[in-house]
Write a protein that binds this ligand. Structure first.
Ligand SMILES: NC(=O)c1ccc[n+]([C@@H]2O[C@H](COP(=O)([O-])OP(=O)(O)OC[C@H]3O[C@@H](n4cnc5c(N)ncnc54)[C@H](OP(=O)(O)O)[C@@H]3O)[C@@H](O)[C@H]2O)c1
Length: 272
């Protein structure tokens, strides 16, 4: 592999590494010689994913049970990374999700929304990246280098019906990415970079129900999404790998504070 794109021996921590997109990214990283540290709440899912990754490449994966909303757990994770892995080259914040009460049904209005669910969704999708970034980037500040990737969404750019809390959180991710990029580069090192990827529409656990009917056909919402996507299809999780690879590698050494769309053209097209 060209040195510019070399990921060998890099240690990359991922939240959401047991999910659809994070799981696919973790496999790709291991296949390309990186070591991954999986972070998640479910010990069973973590064990299964870690073992699957270690089958691809021996001793390539470790895992820790961590709730990304719990600062104390993240602080103890930071010390475990310091003791057990000696360094961290990258952090990818993929933990996210939605709640039924925060997702309006087609026949509901804003006055039917559950405010407590909405707050919880904002917490997970915004602070679920803010907390790990702030706690773990301290290691990067000490090392003088490291790369962080946050996961934004099309919902941060223009309004998308039904998902208010999720949209507010992802808009927060965009400015948090820019803010941290400036903070870490100016006060610590130009070798600490923070960027975000805004995926278009991929079928994941959190959105499957509103995109795919029980009989496997596209919902009305899916049809609208595809009509506004010039490529006229959903993304495949593997199509995030190229951008992840670029942002983690030296190839992007002068790139920070940027949010990259990987969306089949959705964000560039008016739909007309
Ligand atoms: N799929 C799409 O079309 C799409 C589009 C744009 C953006 N995104 C974003 O991409 C990211 C991944 O999406 P996905 O579709 O792969 O989701 P997914 O399959 O539902 O996976 C969600 C992951 O988040 C973890 N998680 C949730 N709450 C957590 C917590 N409190 N602490 C630690 N881990 C937690 C889950 O692990 P546990 O079960 O162990 O908690 C799981 O690994 C999310 O940020 C999502 O918003 C997805």
């Amino acid at each position: 592999m060209n040195e510019l794109f070399d990921l060998k021996e890099k240690t990359i921590a991922l939240s959401g590494g047991t999910g659809v997109l994070g799981g696919s990214i973790a496999e790709y990283l291991v296949q390309n010689g990186a070591r991954v540290i999986l972070l998640g709440r479910s010990p069973d899912k973590l064990d299964a994913k870690r073992e699957a990754l270690n089958t691809i490449s021996e001793k390539s994966a470790a895992s820790y049970v961590v709730d990304v909303m719990k600062e104390s757990q993240l602080i103890s994770l930071r010390e475990k990374i310091r003791d057990n892995h000696s360094k961290i080259d990258g952090l990818i914040n993929l933990a996210g999700g939605n709640l039924p009460g925060a997702t309006l049904q087609p026949d509901q209005t804003i006055f039917d929304i559950s405010l407590s669910d909405t707050k919880e969704v904002v917490d997970l999708n915004l602070f679920g990246s803010v907390l790990p970034t702030i706690v773990l980037s301290q290691l990067m500040a000490e090392q003088g280098k490291g790369t962080i990737i946050n996961i934004s969404s099309m919902a941060s750019k223009q309004s998308i019906t039904r998902v208010l809390g999720y949209s507010m959180a992802k808009a927060g991710i965009d400015i948090f990415t820019k803010w941290m990029a400036e903070e870490l580069a100016t006060k610590f090192s130009d070798k600490i970079r923070v960027n975000a990827i805004a995926p278009g529409f991929f079928i994941g656990n959190q959105n499957r129900k509103i995109l795919i009917n029980e009989d496997g056909s596209h919902t009305e919402r899916s049809k609208k999404i595809l009509a506004k996507t010039p490529m006229n299809r959903f993304g495949d999780a593997s199509e995030l790998n190229g951008m992840v690879h670029y942002l983690l590698s030296e190839a992007s050494s002068f790139v920070t504070g940027t949010v990259y769309d990987v969306d089949g053209g959705f964000n560039s097209f008016t739909g007309v």
